[in-house]
Design a protein around this ligand. Structure first.
Ligand code: PMH
Length: 387
């Protein structure tokens, strides 16, 4: 299928879907609201750089990552757009961030004092102040803490307050009470910020859920993650989306072995499956080391020639077995996530089987699974992440 990987298991990333999801969100937001494409964790497992480039072409103006390392990787790949590191960075790395024109999140006065001592250059460093309005993760929590952070920032003339933001804990839930409280706290803190004499260019609070539900109230930027990848922020929101989201991630493989086993014969470690009747068994070269978790054993199915085939026995490190209706040739396409004929296995289905959220599913598909990128319906590039 491609020159740069040699295995029969791969993920297909539909960049046209990402483009659609960004364009529709831009249309959904009031004119002038900026869109930050959240591409942390290698673009939620889809690939940070291709997703970032696609999102920027479709109208995003900022990129969001969790770590300075992720931001530098994007710079090294030649991405020049503004990037914000959403998590905590070591104060001694402030110079590194500045050299790469990467904006940092701050919320600790001691951090700013330390960073000020470490930083030896004259060029400005751009910060977004994070406030904790109820997520309970990182951020200033009180008016006193906010004043202290602002003072520490103002104490170094090279430090620029470029943004002010918070993050919601429950924006995807039907009950809005906690969300409203967080929103009001954020409004109050933005007022306090003004009274302290700083007016950052960027004020942002929305994740996908908040941007989908309350586009008019989201200040001048939204941070767009899960829905950019075509996934609903929660099962509750799935039937109430304001526009269609297109899922970007599919997972495919090919049968590498097919055989008929006799009644009484077993399959895989521990012989958790034993044939009750003559059974056609297919071997698929994907396993838990690819992120196809062992906990999916006995739960997930795959699609072969438009039919659902259950995984039988335990999922191994690199392979799993499925029950086939009848003889199928080696090399036949196997769909683990995606559509085949009238059948479809969605990321949400796999998440439900594992008792987790859709966010975790593409993130768990390991680097050993090459990614193929589609643009304008054609293969645009392939990425073998381990070679
Ligand atoms: N902003 C911050 C600070 C985030 O942590 C995230 C996602 C987003 C924006 C995007 O949210 P969305 O994907 O719901 O649109 N962060 C996480 C997280 O830490 N765990 O799951 C998602």
């Amino acid at each position: 299928m491609s020159e740069n990987f040699y295995r029969e298991t791969w993920a297909e990333i539909d960049l046209d879907a990402v483009e659609h999801n960004v364009r529709r969100m831009k249309q959904h937001l009031p004119e002038g609201t900026q869109l930050m494409a959240v591409v942390k964790a290698d673009g939620y497992g889809h690939g940070a750089e291709p997703v970032a480039r696609t999102a920027l072409e479709a109208g995003a103006t900022w990129l969001g990552v969790a770590l300075l390392d992720e931001a530098i990787a994007l710079r090294k790949a030649g991405v020049h757009a503004p990037i914000l590191v959403l998590g905590w960075t070591r104060p001694q790395d402030v110079g590194l961030a500045a050299r790469h024109h990467i904006s940092l999140t701050v919320f600790q006065k001691e951090w700013l004092e330390e960073a000020s001592r470490y930083y030896k250059d004259a060029s400005p460093v751009f910060f977004h102040i994070k406030c904790d309005t109820g997520m309970g993760r990182i951020g200033v929590r009180t008016p006193e803490e906010l004043s202290e952070v602002v003072r520490a920032l103002q104490a170094d003339s090279r430090f620029v307050a470029e943004g002010f933001f918070t993050h919601f804990a429950t924006a995807d839930e039907a009950d809005e009470a906690y969300f409203r409280r967080q929103y009001q706290r954020f409004v109050d803190m933005t007022e306090q910020l003004k009274s302290l004499g700083i007016n950052p260019n960027l004020i942002h609070c929305a994740n996908s859920a908040a941007a989908l539900k309350y586009p008019e109230k989201m200040f001048n930027m939204v941070r767009y993650g899960i829905a950019m990848y075509g996934l609903s922020p929660s099962p509750e929101m799935k039937d109430r989306l304001p526009f269609e989201l297109k899922e970007a991630f599919t997972l495919k493989s090919r049968l590498v072995h097919v055989k008929l086993i006799e009644p009484g014969e077993g399959v895989s470690y521990g012989v958790a499956f034993r044939a009750a009747e003559p059974t056609w068994v297919g071997t698929v070269p994907i396993g838990y080391a690819d992120g196809w978790q062992r906990a999916l054993s006995g739960k997930a199915s795959v699609l072969v020639a438009g039919k659902r085939c259950p995984i039988i026995g335990r999922i191994c490190m690199d392979q799993l077995m499925i029950a086939l209706d009848g003889p199928v040739p080696v090399g036949e396409l196997v769909t683990l996530i995606g559509e085949d004929g009238a059948e479809r296995i969605g990321i949400d289905d796999i998440a439900a089987m594992l008792g987790t959220i859709n966010y975790e599913i593409p993130c768990m598909i390991s680097k050993r699974v090459p990614r193929i990128y589609f643009k304008n319906g054609k293969i645009a590039r392939t990425a073998n992440l381990i070679l």
